[in-house]
Design a protein around this ligand. Structure first.
Ligand SMILES: Cc1cc2nc3c(=O)[nH]c(=O)nc-3n(C[C@H](O)[C@H](O)[C@H](O)COP(=O)(O)OP(=O)(O)OC[C@H]3O[C@@H](n4cnc5c(N)ncnc54)[C@H](O)[C@@H]3O)c2cc1C
Length: 391
């Protein structure tokens, strides 16, 4: 019997464990995750803005892990790739015959001075909760401080996560103003972006629509404005300074630190994998999700890091492990996007859907599509009953 170890209980890891288990190859399958729960990373911005609670997007991992999968709760420190062992924080090393590394993403500061110390990233449940607590405490403080900086929020970056966060924030702000008794008209929300436009993954018309929607709700956009440093309460771009007592950092992600600690050849902790999703020279190692980098054969550029691609990679890696065990050839990873949906609060958004040609959507309909994709993604990870029972 071989041991297949899956690292990380996010989209890629949980889906891979499910697919490997359902192939019924009768091997030992171990899933290692640092938290006792799986969280829906695609909804972290909602927890950070306070439109959802952490319990709305977390599931007890032991309950939702597929039958026949042993779950170890511990933090991976490093992989000894020569000895085929995973080294953990608390427990004994775990040996493997096949490894599926799906350890996901961390915040990327691009080496910008002060970014780590003076801003709030959104990369997991703890950081999303910390961002929400900071926001609410700072807004509430205005009642006694009367300091307008307490009502000023600076969001760094104008990609997917930033825009989805802004959408939730402007939706919730009137309720927060009532709850914490601050004047809504004094709230200042700025979005700072190095590129010359927002949402680069959307066609220009939809990105402009999203910009106008958020502008009307009070967001000031500063594009072509590269951030050069962050000081406490100040985002600096060369000689411009944007002040605010809440600074949110959503400029980009990198792969898990375990990648560099384990000596993988990588850029920003993402490893370029082979066509079958293994690592060159290590046919027993599969890298999937945000720790991997896969060139798109059409554009030659790397695919973006998304849950959609993570799940497709998990299917491919699981099929390739089953093929390998059966002495059959591996398949190449291929990906066809079904589209991209960016919410602007619970009831609006923009979407490019790629089913039967391209469809562009904006406004209320997108809120419904987004809800549907969230539910669909959840159901792709574990069975419906287990997900509901873990609530
Ligand atoms: C706010 C936001 C909105 C997004 N919206 C979308 C969207 O609409 N559509 C889309 O397709 N993508 C979206 N994304 C991107 C998507 O969330 C990621 O691409 C996806 O989560 C990657 O999946 P993954 O399984 O590789 O990693 P993750 O989801 O990061 O999962 C990694 C897992 O590994 C665990 N882990 C990490 N380190 C360790 C360790 N050392 N030891 C043990 N366990 C560890 C983590 O706890 C986690 O459970 C969004 C991202 C954000 C932040």
């Amino acid at each position: 019997m071989k041991t297949i170890v899956v690292l990380g209980g996010g989209y890629a890891g949980l889906r891979a464990a499910r697919q490997i288990a359902s192939a019924k190859t009768h091997q030992r399958i171990i899933l290692i995750n640092k938290n006792t729960y799986h969280y829906e990373a695609t909804q972290l911005h909602q927890v950070a803005a306070g439109t959802l609670e952490p319990s709305d997007i977390t599931f007890d991992i032991k309950s939702v892990a597929p039958k026949g999968v042993e779950v170890i709760i511990d933090e991976v420190q490093r992989i000894d790739r020569d000895q085929h062992q995973v080294l953990l924080s608390q427990q004994e090393p775990v040996s493997y015959d096949y490894l599926v590394n799906a350890l996901g993403f961390e915040s990327e500061t691009f080496g910008i001075e002060g970014a780590q110390e003076n801003s709030l990233p959104l990369v997991d449940i703890n950081t999303a909760v910390a961002a929400r607590q900071h926001l609410e405490q700072t807004l509430a403080r205005y009642q006694t401080s009367k300091d307008e900086q307490d009502l000023s929020i600076v969001v760094c970056g104008a990609g997917f996560t930033s825009i989805e966060y802004l959408g939730e924030l402007v939706y919730r702000m009137p309720k927060l103003a009532k709850q914490y008794k601050f004047p809504l008209e004094k709230v200042k929300i700025s979005c700072i972006e190095a590129a010359d436009s927002i949402l680069p993954m959307f066609e220009r018309g939809l990105a402009d629509w999203a910009t106008n929607y958020l502008r009307k709700k009070g967001v000031e956009f500063h594009t072509s404005t590269p951030i050069t440093s962050i000081r406490p309460g100040q985002v600096v771009s060369n000689d411009q300074v944007f002040s605010g007592h809440t600074v949110i950092w959503t400029t980009g992600v990198r792969g898990s630190e375990v990648i560099s600690a384990s000596g993988y050849p990588a850029k920003r902790n993402r490893v370029v994998v082979q066509e079958d999703l293994t690592v060159e020279g290590h046919p027993e190692e599969f890298l999937i999700g945000d720790v991997s980098a896969v060139p798109d054969p059409q554009s030659g550029r790397l695919y973006p890091t998304t849950a959609q691609i993570s799940i497709a990679q998990a299917n491919c890696a699981a099929a390739n492990i089953a093929a390998r065990l059966a002495g059959q050839p591996s398949q190449k990873f291929t990906f066809k996007s079904v589209g991209t949906v960016c919410s602007l609060g619970p009831f609006s958004g923009v979407a490019q859907i790629e089913i039967m040609g391209q469809m562009k959507l904006k406004g209320l309909a997108v809120g419904v599509v987004k809800q549907f994709t969230n539910y669909r993604t959840v159901l792709e990870l574990a069975d419906c009953k287990a997900m509901l029972a873990s609530r």
